[in-house]
Design a protein around this ligand. Sequence first.
Ligand SMILES: O=P(O)(O)O[C@H]1O[C@H](CO)[C@@H](O)[C@H]1O
Ligand SMILES: O=c1cc[nH]c(=O)[nH]1
Length: 238
Amino acid sequence: MATPHIAAEPGDFAPAVLMPGDPRRAQRIAEGLLDDARLVTDVRGMLGFTGTVDGKPLSVMGSGMGQPSFSIYATELFSQYGVERIIRVGTAGGIGKQVHVGDVVIATGAHTDSAMNQLRIPGVNFSAVADFRLAMAAYRAGVEAGMGERLHTGTIISRDHFYFTPEGQTERLSAYGTLCVEMEAAALYGVAAEFGKQALAVLTISDHLLDHSGDMTAAERETRFQDSLQLAVAAALS
Ligand SMILES: O=P(O)(O)O[C@H]1O[C@H](CO)[C@@H](O)[C@H]1O
Ligand SMILES: O=c1cc[nH]c(=O)[nH]1
């Protein structure tokens, strides 16, 4: 069996899938985390792996950047491969004053400027929210790891543009308690609601939009996500 974007057989994916944006990050996570990791799909270079952690099955697959790309893979995984929960592990730009580079954000809800969720229920502003049980499991893992003030929970924004931002929007979102900006979580939460599945995004702050002095380099963005990965794994296997 194959879908238009995934060349895997039934049973190739675990019930829980970690999804970073970058397929090379998926490979690094699989190599560092999974026992007996095997490649299960590589269509368009979007690598997906399945193995085990402490004897429990777990998959890792890239999502690409942006809500359309994420929606395609999440839809195919939920609807065709028996996947029950997807945890996005990604980078995000801080916009909350209390959020610093290297911190971890558990996204309990995601605002968005995308039209994708607007189309779901005409006339309704869809609430893109995480699965509460996954969020709790990730939060508990962060507390147990002693993350203290480096751990945040709350709303984020999933934007379509990386480079274009309406003037004043970031400051206004920050004033409304929004913690950070990334490009996929709202779509993930929408697709999970569509299929009655579980979803969560656990994000590493790679830069701060209101203070660029401590931003990570491109190389650091790809390697400094161990804390968020630990929380995501705890949620995935909870
Ligand atoms: O690090 P990832 O998971 O790719 O996430 C963030 O990085 C990309 C932009 O550079 C977007 O995908 C954004 O959501
Ligand atoms: O989407 C993103 C991800 C990381 N940093 C940003 O500023 N935006």
